[in-house]
Design a binder for this molecule. Structure first.
Ligand code: 1GP
Length: 287
């Protein structure tokens, strides 16, 4: 474990201007008539400027939040420069929109949220963090250990914590392995319900059902429906969602948010990315 923190503490000043009345948690929990989309950007997979270009395309095409992170051991400097580049790009776009009466500035009031693999991947430039307990981990490290390491930095940075129960479902991928998870199987309906109840009883506001990045199979419809019965939780579903049909299945089963990551990384260029995200967003907005 490192003793210091490599990234200088410099709070962004733009967030009050960009989202005047809502905390990020209020924004995430706010009820919408349709499922919303999150674009996950793994800072290890591209340079900061490319990440910012991809994030801008995502927002233009209807993504409602950007996650920055992944399960890899990305140094905090890389996470920070990615968050910073995205925030700066959004601020410029918000400013440009504010000068144009035809343009909707609020489109750029999109939170940039850390989705960390551990306490090493933090940045003061983020609006918030999915502050997660990997609920089905067998390792203390992922239940509370990394969180205890990260909490003092987050407090110092003033990065808002989004209290999240994180449950890894089969196939689970790398996060299932690294996180030492007892994977939830596609028909473990009662167990999923018990995890959802436990998350609520711990006071978590968000439950994230994860199949693992690049998963061959997404989280099953049955598991999403089962978690959905605990209505107080905001339900995030991700892993293995690549097509509008898969996104629609998760949305119809009750996901409030769906996350895609690989879809962005795999796109050959920004135009392909644009088409992919548009297709996913319009599928979930129709449900
Ligand atoms: C991974 O749920 C996310 O943590 C996204 O998964 O890369 O398969 O879209 P994909």
């Amino acid at each position: 474990m490192r003793n210091g923190y490599a990234v200088p503490i410099e709070r962004r000043h733009g967030d009050d201007m960009r989202r005047p009345n809502l905390t990020t948690l209020e924004y995430v929990l706010s009820k919408k008539s349709h499922t919303r989309h999150i674009t996950l950007i793994d800072p290890a997979k591209q340079d900061a400027n490319t990440a910012a270009d991809r994030a801008m395309v995502a927002v233009e095409c209807g993504s409602s939040m950007i996650f920055v992170g992944g399960s890899t051991d990305t140094p905090d400097e890389v996470v920070h420069s990615t968050c910073k580049a995205i925030q700066e790009a959004f601020e410029l776009r918000a400013f440009a929109s504010s000068q144009d009466p035809e343009s909707d500035e609020s489109q750029w009031h999109i939170p940039v949220v850390l989705f960390p693999g551990g306490a090493h991947a933090l940045s003061p430039a983020a609006d918030a963090i999915t502050f997660m307990m990997l609920m089905n981990s067998k390792s203390r490290r992922f239940l509370v250990g990394e969180q205890i390491r990260g909490a003092p930095y987050l407090e110092k940075f003033g990065v808002e914590a989004l209290p999240t129960g994180y449950v890894v479902c089969a196939p689970g991928g790398r996060v299932g392995e690294v996180g030492d998870a007892e994977l939830i199987q596609p028909n473990d309906v009662e167990l999923t319900h018990a995890y959802a109840l436990t998350a609520r009883m711990f006071g978590f506001k968000i439950l994230y059902l994860e199949a693992g990045s690049g998963a061959e199979n997404q989280v099953s419809e049955e598991l999403i429906k089962s978690a959905r019965t605990v209505q107080e939780l905001t339900l995030v579903v991700g892993g293995g969602i690549r097509t509008p049909q898969q996104a629609s299945l998760a949305a119809q089963a009750g996901a409030d948010w769906i996350v895609t990551g690989t879809l962005t990384e795999d796109a050959a260029n920004l135009e392909e990315l644009r088409q992919r995200i548009r297709a996913i967003v319009s599928a979930i907005e129709m449900d």
